[in-house]
Design a binder for this molecule. Sequence first.
Ligand SMILES: Nc1ncnc2c1ncn2[C@@H]1O[C@H](COP(=O)(O)OP(=O)(O)OP(=O)(O)O)[C@@H](O)[C@H]1O
Length: 288
Amino acid sequence: MSADTGTHDRGPAAVTAGEALVQVDALRIEAPDGRELVSGVSFELARGGSLGIVGESGSGKTLTTRSLLGLLPHGISVTGGSVVFDGMDLRALRRTQWEQVRGSRIGAVFQDPASYLNPSIAVGKQLTEVLRVRGGLSRSAARERAAELLGSLGLHQVDLVLTQYPHELSGGMLQRVLLAIAICLGPELLIADEATTALDVTVQADVLDLFETVRVREGLALVLVSHDLAVVSRSTENLLVMRDGVVVEAGPTAQVLADPRHPYTRLLVEHHDAYSLAGYLEKETADV
Ligand SMILES: Nc1ncnc2c1ncn2[C@@H]1O[C@H](COP(=O)(O)OP(=O)(O)OP(=O)(O)O)[C@@H](O)[C@H]1O
């Protein structure tokens, strides 16, 4: 491939120390009409590691991560390659087997947290339900654990929050509740797909920092997906840059930012330098 347009993969550096928890190899995903939406995507993620996936809308980021959750839209299917989680071939899982993995071993948070919560049930009940039904905790242990989790995710007045309904909480609070639900069963992998996109920029920074705190504290691996390089590069160790269903560049985040090799990555980095979230926050602090 030409130096300017091929995939720029810095090789094994894409996985940090430790055993690979996720291995995606030559993944292909097709639309019902046979159109290839994801073509030959490969990456590895170490246990406890972090990976950012960046690319414009429609580049295939979401479909790629949905294949790790067994949640592809109707009619869309994985037609090639392998998706392995902790040595398990996820393509071979049956519906009942997915129930043992999704939510308990692989958690996820998405954009628009309100749509993932029941508007007519207090958020505390929605969290304790998961802890009771799937986590096997008693009613009182679940309540205690729910309060402890929400507190550890930066929510104040947790006893009040537990009794509130989704419409009573801000976007940042809702995302923290969703995050609590996503990690309450102790998953090894957390996928955050455009999870901060709808939030104000300062709240976005707080929630991104929280993902990083949770990754380190819980020892889970994190896949952070966004169209915004500032979001995925804030704390991830490795980066995949996707365009039109393919990975155009991959490597350690710091290296990709310092020395982008693909023209598309260069464009992203130039834009990122001009409008970076970090730069915005520095400016904001300086203005105070
Ligand atoms: N249900 C669907 N039916 C047909 N095509 C789809 C469907 N879902 C996604 N696609 C197509 O698959 C491609 C990749 O979509 P995907 O959602 O993975 O992109 P993305 O990079 O996550 O973008 P976005 O951030 O907008 O979701 C796009 O061309 C999209 O139009």
